[in-house]
Write a protein that binds this ligand. Structure first.
Ligand code: GDD
Length: 315
């Protein structure tokens, strides 16, 4: 089976490439001119890379015609929430144009290809207490342009399924982390600051934003396993939550990381890290996906935090 991963050089993409190779799949992926291939260098030449800008329609058509994948995991996106306030149009344009080009290229190529769309728990946004844990039927009340872009990706998937009968599955993935997480995201940002303090590269003050928000964290390695199962077993046209089913305040996550270090660290709020709006609490109900595939998360949170710190200590 030929799998194509958009965003293969990124965090989830690189873990997914490893996972699919271990399951005897042929793996290709798209890279941009500006992408670093650091996270997948160890997988070359087993993985085939295609230089392709998803916002360039001709590039995408050529790439799909060349690769003729049996399945596509569409992960490439502008995925950092604060950046979507700084440049809303860029986020909306990148995430939506890229996906439309991909869907159109597959449709025009007339190939028999399953697609998985990486959507987000951010689509739920402002969730009322009675809606927790969040099911796929919970109303969508987005709080940032990124969330709107993901809702659009999600509904485009539904529309292409209905209009053309394409095999498209949407995952609403809750927060995920682990080794190789980008340093702008909270878990990696804090882990990296801890390691810089341990190395004496910065004073023992760790800067934070909103510590009250609660997030449902799953290990990235459990998430990529879910993606493979989803493309194999899930119903096209449907949306599935991928989550752990419990949440932690960001402050609690920070305490877990700090407890794994022997350095003495003080915490200081940095107003620049606060957001115009922050989703207060996300807890996902993953029972729909569990009933379909048998998946449940396996890696304990403390292990993920330990592995994340080890990753930064080895950098
Ligand atoms: N990034 C960051 N940096 N976040 C901070 C900080 C900080 O210094 N301090 C507190 N936070 C809080 C944020 O306000 C937010 O409530 C939470 O930590 C998580 O922030 P991020 O790690 O940036 O992730 P996110 O929840 O905004 O979005 C992530 O998860 C989504 C799924 O729910 C991203 O991975 C999205 O792409 C993904 O769709």
């Amino acid at each position: 089976m030929k799998a194509l991963i958009t965003g293969i050089t990124g965090f989830a993409g690189s873990h997914l490439a490893e996972h699919l190779l271990a399951h005897q799949m042929e793996v290709s992926g798209t890279v941009r001119k500006t992408s670093s291939i650091k996270h997948i260098a160890h997988l070359l030449p087993a993985v085939r890379l295609y230089e392709c800008e998803l916002t360039n329609e001709a590039n995408v058509e050529k790439m799909i015609a060349d690769v003729k994948p049996d399945m596509i995991f569409h992960l490439a996106a502008q995925s950092f929430v604060p950046k979507s306030w700084e440049s809303p149009l860029e986020t909306i344009y990148n995430n939506i144009a890229g996906q439309i080009h991909l869907l159109e290229a597959v449709r025009k190529a007339g190939i028999n290809c399953k697609l998985l769309l990486a959507c987000s728990s951010e689509e739920y946004g402002q969730v009322e207490t009675q809606d927790i844990p969040i099911k796929e039927t919970t109303p969508l009340r987005p709080l940032n342009p990124y969330a709107v872009s993901k809702i659009t990706q999600n509904y485009l998937g539904y529309q292409y399924f209905r209009s053309y009968g394409m095999h498209i599955v949407c995952m609403r993935t809750f927060n995920h982390t682990g080794p190789r997480r980008g340093e702008q995201f909270v878990t990696s940002n804090f882990a990296r600051q801890i390691v810089e303090i341990e190395r004496g590269l910065k004073p023992p003050i760790l800067y934070v934003g909103n510590l009250e928000a609660k997030r449902d964290f799953t290990d990235v390695r459990d998430v990529v396993r879910a993606y493979r199962l989803a493309i194999e077993k899930c119903e096209p046209g449907e949306v599935y939550n991928i989550a752990s089913g419990s949440s932690r305040a960001i402050g609690e996550m920070l305490q877990t990381l700090v407890s794994l270090s022997s350095s003495t660290i003080s915490i200081q709020e940095d107003p620049a890290r606060l957001r115009p709006a922050d989703v207060p609490e996300l807890i996902g109900d993953y029972s729909k996906f569990h009933h379909r595939t048998g998946w449940r998360p396996e890696i304990p949170f403390e292990q993920t935090m330990q592995d994340l710190l080890s990753y930064w200590r080895a950098e």
